[in-house]
Write a protein that binds this ligand. Structure first.
Ligand SMILES: Cc1cc2nc3c(=O)[nH]c(=O)nc-3n(C[C@H](O)[C@H](O)[C@H](O)COP(=O)(O)O)c2cc1C
Length: 185
């Protein structure tokens, strides 16, 4: 399996990083791109260097490289996750404004009817954000805000992050050991 991972400038860069780590552990081929503001949040919010994050992926593309292979529907890929997804990138996808590699690869995922998962992060949400999410949800895009589940009794931030990462990977049928599931009382 091959997946595209895009990290944009919403808060929560750690979700994208942990997703890359899990893909690596599970030997899933990852194609990574990071927006300029995604690079800023990695620096502001985590102890990872940009080079460390890039090295987690099998392939890395600059977000302004519209000639990268993932910009074309002819390149075979199994799906794409944008995590975290800013309201700006959400908006550009919802309006079909493919100005960078992230929104272009998402546009390609939609036109090729491939799995596209957005992990949008903002609070509170305004009606524009909600309408953009609804528009994309109606055409089959999975909208998965990184909302923690407390039935797993998380003890650390890592527990919370890995739960969301596990639920993202569920979308692709990839099982990670750390995901705690509710199995009834
Ligand atoms: C530290 C930091 C946190 C941010 N958090 C969010 C956020 O949670 N959600 C959001 O939509 N934008 C957030 N932004 C603003 C986006 O980075 C900004 O809208 C940017 O233009 C997004 O561009 P991109 O989608 O190309 O990464 C944040 C910016 C910074 C510097």
């Amino acid at each position: 399996m091959k997946l595209i991972v895009a990290i944009t400038g919403a808060s929560g860069a750690i979700y994208g990083i942990k997703l890359l780590e899990e893909l690596k552990k599970n030997k899933i081929e990852s194609h990574l791109t990071i927006s300029d503001w995604g690079k800023t949040t990695i620096k502001a919010e985590t102890d990872y260097s940009l080079e460390e994050v890039k090295s987690l992926a099998d392939y890395f593309y600059e977000h302004n490289d519209l000639a990268a292979c993932i910009s074309s529907g002819s390149f075979k890929i199994d799906g794409m996750v944008i995590v975290p997804c800013s309201m700006k990138t959400l908006s550009s996808i919802a309006s079909g404004y493919s100005h960078d590699l992230i929104s272009r690869a998402a546009d390609v995922s939609i036109k090729e009817k491939r799995k596209l998962v957005l992990v949008p992060r903002e609070t509170p949400l305004n009606p524009i954000h909600i309408e953009n999410m609804l528009k994309l949800s109606k055409i089959g895009v999975t909208i998965m805000p990184p909302v923690p589940a407390f039935y797993t009794k998380p003890k650390t931030i890592e527990d919370i992050v890995l739960n969301t990462v596990g639920r993202i990977l569920d979308q692709f049928g990839i099982e990670i050991k750390s995901l705690k599931r509710w199995s009834g009382k």
